[in-house]
Design a protein around this ligand. Structure first.
Ligand code: FES
Ligand code: FES
Length: 127
C-alpha cells in the first residue's frame, strides 16, 4: 500500500527551500508567538522604512507546515505597506501553498499571528 502523502509538492518545495530564514539584529519590529501546548515557536523580524516592509526574516521551531507557511507569509508581506501586511491571513497563506492537511491548519495561524505581533512591536516602538 502506498503511503498517503501528508503534504503536497508545493508545501514540500517551500519547506525544503524556505525564503527569508534568519535573524535580524537591527529589526524595527519583532514578533514571537508560540503554541504553549507543543512548544512550537515562530519569530518574525521586520525592517520598516516609510511604512513599507523593506525586509523580513523568520525563525521557526516547528513542523514542515510551520516552516512552509512562515516562508510564504514572509514572502507575501515583503515590499508591502504595514496596512497591506496586516491584511494577510492564514487562509491566504494556506491557499498559496495549495492547501494543508486539516490537522496542520493551526500551524499556519502562527505565521499570521507572528506578523501581527511584529507589526504591533514596530508600532509601539515608533511612538
Ligand atoms: Fe504545535 Fe502545531 S503542534 S503548532
Ligand atoms: Fe507544530 Fe505544526 S508547528 S505541528
Amino acid at each position: 500500500i502506498e503511503k498517503q502523502k501528508m503534504y503536497n509538492d508545493r508545501v514540500i518545495e517551500e519547506f525544503k527551500n524556505p525564503n527569508n530564514v534568519g535573524e535580524m539584529p537591527d529589526a524595527d519590529g519583532v514578533g514571537t508567538v508560540g503554541n504553549a501546548s507543543c512548544g512550537d515557536i515562530m519569530k518574525i523580524y521586520l525592517k520598516v522604512e516609510d511604512n513599507i516592509i523593506k525586509d523580513v526574516k523568520f525563525q521557526t521551531f516547528g513542523c514542515a507546515a510551520a516552516i512552509a507557511t512562515s516562508s510564504l507569509a514572509t514572502t507575501l508581506i515583503k515590499g508591502k505597506t504595514i496596512d497591506e501586511a496586516l491584511k494577510v491571513t492564514n487562509k491566504q497563506v494556506v491557499e498559496g501553498l495549495g492547501g494543508l492537511p486539516a490537522q496542520k491548519i493551526h500551524c499556519s495561524v502562527l505565521a499570521e499571528e507572528a506578523i501581527k505581533a511584529a507589526i504591533d512591536d514596530y508600532q509601539s516602538k515608533k511612538k
